[in-house]
Design a binder for this molecule. Structure first.
Ligand SMILES: [Zn+2]
Length: 118
């Protein structure tokens, strides 16, 4: 048998599961409270689902930022090597070449001492 209640406003009798009196629309508090709690629970469940989405999206954004940062750091290091280290090596090589050339000239003069006397 269905549970019945009496409307506190118009006095008509209706099922307790109804949120409102079907005749005068006055709210039946226990049923209204149950429905409110159910809606609140639905909102809570939906929010919990969306919180997971947000964490995933935040993680992806953080990962993307980290990858971009790592690429930037690698690029800066490569550009720094090109600008500061390679030219020094090249000028050091040029200096070494000039030293070798100088030593070659001196040793050629030493091997052929008569060439200057002509
Ligand atoms: Zn009523």
């Amino acid at each position: 048998m269905k549970k019945m209640t009496e409307c506190r406003s118009c006095g008509s009798v209706y099922e307790t599961k109804l949120v409102r009196c079907p005749y005068c629309q006055t709210a039946y508090d226990p049923a209204a409270e149950d429905e409110y709690m159910e809606q609140l629970e639905d909102v809570r469940v939906e929010l919990a689902g969306h919180r997971g989405d947000a964490d995933k999206r935040t993680g992806a954004a953080l990962m993307r930022t980290f990858v971009i940062f790592a690429i930037a750091v690698v690029l800066i290091i490569v550009i720094g090597i090109c600008i500061f280290i390679l030219p020094k090596n090249r000028s050091r090589n040029r200096l070494q070449e000039r030293k070798d050339e100088f030593i070659r000239d001196i040793s050629e003069d030493a091997d052929d001492p008569g060439s200057d006397d002509k």
